[in-house]
Structures are given as C-alpha cells and as structure tokens.
Design a protein around this ligand. Sequence first.
Ligand code: BDP
Length: 600
Amino acid sequence: MLYPVVSRTRRIFDICGIWKFKFDPEGKGLSENWHSGLKDTVPMVVPASFNDFFTDKYSREYTGDFWYETDFIVPEEWKGKNVAVRFDAATHRAEVYVNGVFITKHEGGFLPFTANINDAVKWNEKNKIVVHMNNELSYETLPAGTTKVLKNGVKMSKPFFDFFNYSGLQRPVRLIATPKEGICSYSLVHRIDGSTAFTDYEIKAGSGDLEVTLLDDDGNTAAEGSGASGTLEIKNAKLWEVLNPYLYTLRIRLKSGAEIIDEYSEAVGIRTIEVKGTDILVNGKPVYLKGFGKHEESALYGRGYNPAAIKRDFELMKWIGANSFRTAHYPYSEEILQMADREGFLVIDEVAAVGFFESIMNFLEASSKKTTGFFTRSEVQTKTKENHKAALKELIERDKNHACVIAWSLMNEPETTNEAAVPYFKEIFDYAAELDPQKRPRTFALIMNSTPDKCFCYQFADIICLNRYYGWYHMGGYEITDAKEDFIAEMNAWKEKNLNKPFIFSEFGADTMPGLHKLPSVMWSEEYQREYLKMQFDVFDAYDFVKGEQVWNFADFQTTEGIMRVDGNKKGIFTRDRQPKEAAYMFKERWEALPREYKS
Ligand code: BDP
C-alpha cells in the first residue's frame, strides 16, 4: 500500500477527469452486463462526490448502486511490469471490471486499494474500466447507519452520524506500473539519543539486495543501511518538530548486482511520540494540543479530494495558532497527511468507526439517557467487527510512517454504557497495537453520556478524548451557568479516578450563524459562541491533566437535513468557504499565547 511515486523504475498514469456515470436504482446493472460498458450515461468528475453537482434532489440524495466508466491506454513499454489500478477511495464499496473482466472488490469508502490488471488489459489499445459502486449504510458498515425505503420505493440514507453521506470516486484513480517483484512496503521506528537518532527499518520486497539511504534536503547522505531490516544511525539528526518539521528523503533500492530492480523514495520525519503520565511527548518534550476536529469536505466537491481546500485549511490553521487536528470521522486523503508532515501538524488519525450508537441525532441523544444496545447486536460482534479490523489494518498500513500521525482514534462516540462493548473494544485496541510498529497511543472519542461512572471502556484509551457539549446540547443559553457546574462535576469525577493519563477535548462547540449578532447573546449568535467558548476555556484551564483542545469544528459542514441543522452543521470556527467567524480571533489570541508545553 505504498503511496504511488514515479522513480527510475516506477510509472504513474493519472486516469482522473470526466468519467461516464449512471445510477442503478433497481440494481439490474450486473444482470444487464453493464460491467462490459455503460449506456445512457451522464458525465461525472473524478475525483469528487457525485452529490452536489446535481440540481435535483433525487440525484443528490441518491442511495443504492451506481456506476462509473472511463477508457485508458496502457503503454506497450509497461508489458514487463506489474500494472495495477489504484483507487485512493471508493465510497462506500466498489467492484472493478476491466474490459468486462472482474478485477477486485473493496469494502469501506475512505482507504485505498490496488489490483493487478495485467491479464485483463490490451497493450497500446483502448481499455475500458467500469466500477460498480454502492453507498448504502447498515449496522455492519463503517460508518454505520440504515437505509430506508420510502413509500415511493426510493432508497434513502439514514446515517447514525452527523455528516452528509457523500459518495462516489472521491479520491484520485491512477494506473501504476512497478517492477514485477519490487518493493512492497516499509516501516520505520525512531529512537533519539542526544543528538543522534536511530531509525529501525523493515522492508518487504522481492528478492535482491536492499540498499537504504537517508538523504538530507541538500541531497547529501545522512545515513545508510542494507538488507531487509536494520538501523540507520543519524548523527546530528534534524528532528521533525511540532510546527517546525524537518523532512529527510528515505530512498530504498532493490538491486541485483549493479542493476537497480526497483527504487522508491518518500519524505520522512524523525520523531518519537509517547504518552507518559498525563503528558503527550513529542521528541521527549510535552506538547499541548491546540486545534480542530475537521471534516474533509468543501463546496461542490463534497468529500472529494480538493487540493485548494487542503492548502487553504493549513494556512488558516497556521494563522490561528493551531498545532493539531483529528481526522474526524474517517481517514483523510494521503495528501493531507503529507501536508501535515510538511507543516509540522500533529494528527489523531481516525478510522471510520462512527455511528456506533443507534440514532439519527446521536449528537443530541447522547446527552439524554437513551441506550440502544449497539454492541449487543450479533452482526456488530461479527460483521461490523470484521469490517472494523479490516479498515484498521488498511489505515495503519497506509499511515504508519507519517511523522504527523501521533495517535490512532479507533472509534468516534461508540455506545460504551453497555458491557457488551468491552470485548469488542479489547479486540480492536489490541489489534491496533499489534499492527503499529511505532506503538502509537490509541484513543477513541467519548460521547457525552460516557461519563466516568457509566463508561465501561475508557480504560482501553491511552489518551482520554472527550466530546463534550455542556452549554450547547446540555443546558444552552441562559442555563449556561448550570451547564458549567455539571461540566465541573464531571471533570471532578474524572479527577477522582486519578487515571494518570492525558485528557483532550476532542469536541466542544456551539452552532453559530455567521454574521448573526445579538446583544445580549442568544444561542446561534456570534456573541453566544464566544461566551460558550469562554466557559469551556475556564474549565479546561482548571485541570492539569487536560492536555489539549480540539474544537468542533474547523469549518461549517454539510449534514443530512433536519430540524437541528440549518443547511448543515454550523459549529465551524470558519465558514464553509473558509472565512473566520468572530470566535476565530478569540482562538488566535488564546492559542498564540499558550506555550507548547502548557500545563507540564
Ligand atoms: C458529535 C459528533 C459529531 C457531530 C457533533 C455535533 O461526534 O460528528 O457533528 O457531535 O453535534 O456527536 O456538532
């Protein structure tokens, strides 16, 4: 699952652009042989979510099977190579056909998959790739939800989560030519001793001699190694630091005598990450997390890969004094992690295990006493868990070498108030530890009613991430003084547990209509957002074990329509078109003043 690069032995052919597209509401495509070629299609942008281009509601909300198709040529020169197609994401599931031949299928909409197409392609001629997709939600899918059939027979998505069910080929699709028996994967684990860094590496590759070189940014060799595993010793190592990252280039060569069979290079940062007591340590030094829960989404593209939005978001995050974000509620594009590596941002990398509480308004009902027994369902303990583990494996395999990734978030707001969740959690948390060579801290975001007296699962987390909405879902407006007391009572209860672990507020926020001013404040006004935040900061600052705050959300974002959502969720500190609300200036002032090692 290496990120595709071009090197002396590797080639990429980008097949993004305008594809053919078609809905298949009756699911008759396969029996009518659509996989050999589509008729009566509309043009569709790849990569992008299909939803927001359409002007009719049926198409925007479409739930069910749908199809994509395009043509491509495979150069004759690639004949001796392993030719594969790589989908960076196909939401939520896909079956791929080349020239009518079944190639592969994949479950889960936010992680890449590749498949060899050598036997199906015609060299130097037109080839047809057809993708049969589906975006239905169920208890077994990540994210979870249900699919309702309206009285008129039309299917509709009912997510158990608070973001629009954007779907389609949302990330790039590329053809990749690599050597037949080349470099498959590598992993790095760093140690620092004074001014020297030691990087243990392990490489999986075909047979041959492996040569590993670490190059500095002038192209000079900083360290060398050979063989499938070993240690690079980097004298006077330049570390990857928070907001001040240094990136080396790791170059791997697979050789047979003087001949280079394969070459792969990638930018890598050297840093350590550790949780010690209530501290989060990067390179042995404590760091207080300031930042956001985000979404990967923007106007028109939906959840589609949008490099302009990525660039703007990082500029805004730097401007406001942030140093971190969580990839709520699914793995983001690899290019976002590359940018975080380059900008020195700390990332809590989340798998799409969201909606594990049966509610279409979980954000609201989480504050109530409602229980749904999500983990008591037999399909959850079997199919969902299988899908969860598969996604986790793909996530960690994809992201394990990124310096920016400092923790894995294994679930968002699962229902932990039922003991049935315990064995599920144990298996997932153990599995993450087993998969990650760097043994990063593992966490999950605790829903409002996962309080110290009710939650059966917080003991699994190395970092306790709280999603808390005191003063919004719980006693908003004039009742905010009571909300504050309840908030303090919960925090005191955590304090009494003396867990000796860092706590982060992974969510807190108040919906705010940009430009709505009201004196005195009312909920939804810019004034109330500031009052609400002031109250949160008072509480955060009162507890030494609170080691971070990631406000919900970076920007306003699209959700399912409903009485609680005005054209989406408005908790953004920035608007959906990435302009500041008043609260942005409040964060800027606070975060620029908080030292990196705040409270340590
Ligand atoms: C939490 C969810 C998040 C929601 C947020 C909210 O984790 O996805 O968008 O609440 O209600 O429940 O704004």
